[in-house]
Design a protein around this ligand. Structure first.
Ligand SMILES: Nc1ncnc2c1ncn2[C@@H]1O[C@H](COP(=O)(O)OP(=O)(O)O)[C@@H](O)[C@H]1O
Ligand SMILES: O=P(O)(O)OC[C@H](O)CO
Length: 499
């Protein structure tokens, strides 16, 4: 009997391979970063070949580190940075262009053109999303319009589109030699091209955006056997789970009931609330998205508050300003001061996502005086994550009509104690970190394990969730609301920057 389930987590900054035992404990992990390519202001790309190479390396690395026999792995799941768009030649596996990353704003003009007829919410009822540079549909349209010869090939199905899940699964199951071209409902719901009700590509939107049906993957459940690995050390193992990383974290945090929510702190921050088998349309700037679909069971929907830049701001202080050496060093630097010294840092580097959806916004630091030190800037950068999360939680409470009484958190930033305490303070509700904070990979491994019977049913997974730490609010309510008011004012200073 197999002992483990595993997952590839293809994130914005890095790729991991993680192997879990039946109780959801991490048995082995390997992780590698890939290059962030910034060809112009507002543009962000990844090299898909590099990502596939890193994927192969971390699979080998994790197997080797824990001396695991691949025969003991029941199934592999894939989870991924969502929306990031790759188009490649079917015959050779060669990308026709770099991957256009979810944070990239180059499709602003395309989105504005599309919004002329019907406004920013033109497709919202059908797809749950506003027209924004974030999503894949306009990114595909950009590649088709700007890379010579690709449109003709796309119409004939000679080039294929995929988000990173599709790209990794296609390569892992054989690439040009029989790789399967699939995605799951959670990833497809981020393209702007999938109809939330039918769970199929929407012919009308495809036509309006000029995206040929022939280049699109088949939409599958999040938990199903798609194929078998054809290469790497896991050759022969079923590939049986596929979830966008934020939906995977919802799944890994065992938020299986209506009203359960989680917030993941990585490059960006993403809060998802399970709304059950009903797609709830947001009136407060949130997204309606697919949560997951297990085999033949009905699909589960979620409301999502997406924030583009949180951990990425810490990275920016590290890489562009050289203020710190490692991301985790920001905590010690922020602790050199007691507060942000009257400044706010609004990181609208990719415009503003939820709840504003303003792609013409750009980042600002406001309230600067000669008093301000590096410590204040570090602190303001961390506080920005917490304030943005408060805005999303407020929207979530309004949309759902229920006040969340605690927030389950995960992701790379949740080991920052100062941030977690400030988060509880600014929300006024406890913040809870589980024992396995790698819930993204865990969620994908769960989806894969469920498909092959390694776990029998979703409800059994709840027993694997355990609380590691809880931060309770300590700030008095007057202070909380006063500093939050300052944040709201600072946000308005980012608006209407790009003409
Ligand atoms: N201790 C820390 N304090 C603040 N930010 C951190 C810390 N550790 C990691 N980060 C940030 O978290 C992000 C990495 O988290 P991760 O969950 O691996 O992200 P992703 O899946 O988006 O690649 C990076 O942006 C990094 O700057
Ligand atoms: O790579 P992450 O963890 O920052 O997640 C990126 C999101 O999926 C973008 O929608």
């Amino acid at each position: 009997m197999a002992k483990y389930a595993a997952a590839v987590d293809q994130g914005t900054t890095s790729t991991r391979f993680m192997i879990f035992d039946h109780s959801g404990k991490v048995v082995a992990v390997d992780q590698k970063e890939h290059e962030q390519i910034y060809p112009k202001p507002g543009w962000v790309e990844h090299n898909p070949m590099e990502v596939w190479e890193r994927t192969q390396e971390v699979i080998e690395g994790a197997l080797k580190k824990a001396s695991i026999d691949p025969k003991d792995i029941a199934a592999i799941g894939i989870t991924n940075q969502r929306e990031t768009t790759v188009v490649w030649e079917k015959a050779t596996g060669k990308p026709v262009y770099n991957a256009i990353v979810w944070q990239d704003t180059r499709t602003d003009t395309i989105c504005n053109e599309l919004a002329k007829d019907g406004g920013q919410d033109r497709f919202r009822t059908k797809v749950g999303l506003p027209l924004a540079t974030y999503f894949s549909g306009p990114k595909i349209a950009w590649i088709l319009a700007n890379v010579p010869g690709v449109r003709e090939k796309a119409e004939k199905g000679e080039v294929l589109f995929g988000n990173m899940d599709t790209w990794v699964i296609w390569n892992l199951t054989g690439g040009p030699k029989g790789g399967v071209h699939v995605t799951d409902v959670s990833n497809a719901s981020r393209t702007m091209l999938m109809n939330l009700e039918t769970l199929e590509w929407d012919e009308e939107i495809l036509k309006i955006m000029g995206v040929p049906r022939a280049m699109l993957p088949k939409i599958m459940p999040s938990s199903a056997v798609y194929g078998h690995a054809a290469n790497t050390g896991v050759a022969g193992v079923p590939v049986a789970g596929d979830l966008g990383d934020q939906q995977a974290a919802l799944f890994g945090q065992t938020c299986y009931s209506v009203g359960e929510a989680k917030n993941t702190y990585g490059t960006g921050c993403f809060m998802l609330l399970n709304t059950g088998t009903r797609a709830v349309q947001s009136k407060n700037g949130l997204l309606t998205t697919l949560g997951y679909k297990i085999g033949d069971q009905p699909a589960v929907y979620a409301l999502e508050g997406s924030i583009a830049i949180t951990g990425a701001l810490v990275q920016w202080l590290r890489d562009n300003l050289k203020m710190i050496e490692k991301s985790s060093d920001i905590e010690a630097l922020a602790k050199t001061v007691d507060d942000a010294g009257g400044i706010y840092f609004v990181p609208a580097f990719s415009g503003l996502f939820a709840p504003y959806w303003k792609s013409d916004a750009r980042g600002v630091i406001v309230g600067m005086t000669r008093y301000v030190t590096r410590g204040h800037i570090a602190r303001a950068a961390l506080e920005a994550t917490a304030y943005q999360t408060r805005e999303v939680l407020d929207a979530m409470n309004k949309d759902s009509g229920v006040e969340l009484t605690a927030l389950k958190v995960d992701g790379g930033m949740v080991f920052n104690e100062l941030l977690m305490q400030f988060q509880a303070d600014i929300l006024g509700v406890p913040v809870i970190r589980p024992t396995v904070a790698e819930t993204t990979a865990l969620g994908a491994a769960y989806a894969a394990g469920l498909a092959v019977g390694f776990w029998a049913q979703v409800e059994d997974l709840r027993a694997n969730w355990g609380k590691d730490r809880e931060w309770k609010p300590q700030m008095n309510a007057d202070t909380r609301e006063a500093i939050y008011k300052g944040w709201k004012k600072a946000v308005t200073r980012t608006f209407d920057w790009i003409e």
